[in-house]
Design a protein around this ligand. Structure first.
Ligand code: SF4
Length: 199
């Protein structure tokens, strides 16, 4: 599976001490994408499922939840399914961010993608639309995005978390400072938000 980074503990992408994993590759080209460096696939980022599981198993503190983001996690649906199945042994709180709408995921005609949706606890659907970023709502980067809860037991945890506003965390990683969380729009007034999606 092509992944770029795996960080713990992360508090800015869901409630509790979370393990967050960034999956590489995305065919969308949203204007002001938070992680443009993850749009392109890169064979050098290939990590075997065994190594990913070993890395996760080495975390000796309680993992309250897992956040899977990217990039586009559903571009590697078969591997995503395997990793979710493994992660469900650790926690019942698995949040996936996807740039696809639910319909787009079903249109992929990929059984693994559908199984991933069914297994995830929370899914946030929809590409990022910069002019719909209200610079305020936690977890929802732009108001077109839809949050879907699959386990009523964790709803209150998310509602309480979302009452506290956006959180941004900075991690020093691979000689870079990485800013994690749902960011406010960086768009300048009057800036053209159209992007070329042919790449
Ligand atoms: S869907 Fe997400 S990762 Fe893909 S281009 Fe849009 S914001 Fe970036």
């Amino acid at each position: 599976m092509q992944i770029d980074r795996l960080l713990y503990p992360v508090h800015s992408l869901g409630p509790g001490d979370r393990l967050a994993i960034w999956i590489r590759g995305c065919k969308k080209r949203c204007f002001n994408c938070a992680n443009p460096e993850l749009q392109l696939f890169n064979p050098n980022s290939e990590v075997s499922m065994t190594v990913i599981k070993e890395m996760i198993s080495k975390i000796d503190k309680k993992i309250d939840g897992i956040t899977i983001t990217g990039g586009e996690p559903f571009c590697q649906a078969k591997d995503l399914f395997e990793i979710i199945t493994f992660m469900l042994e650790i926690t019942d709180d698995i949040l996936i961010f996807t740039g696809y709408s639910k319909k787009e995921i079903y249109d992929l005609n990929n059984d693994y993608a559908i199984k991933c949706i069914e297994k995830a606890t929370v899914v946030i659907y929809g590409e990022y639309v910069d002019e719909l970023n209200d610079n305020h709502t936690p977890l929802i980067a732009s108001s077109n995005q839809v949050i879907e809860f699959h386990n009523p037991k964790i709803n209150n945890k998310y509602i309480n978390y979302m009452n506290n506003g956006r959180i941004i965390e900075n991690f020093y990683y691979n000689d870079n400072l990485i800013s994690v969380g749902i960011h406010n729009s960086r768009r300048k007034k009057g800036e053209n938000t159209k992007v070329d999606k042919r790449n």
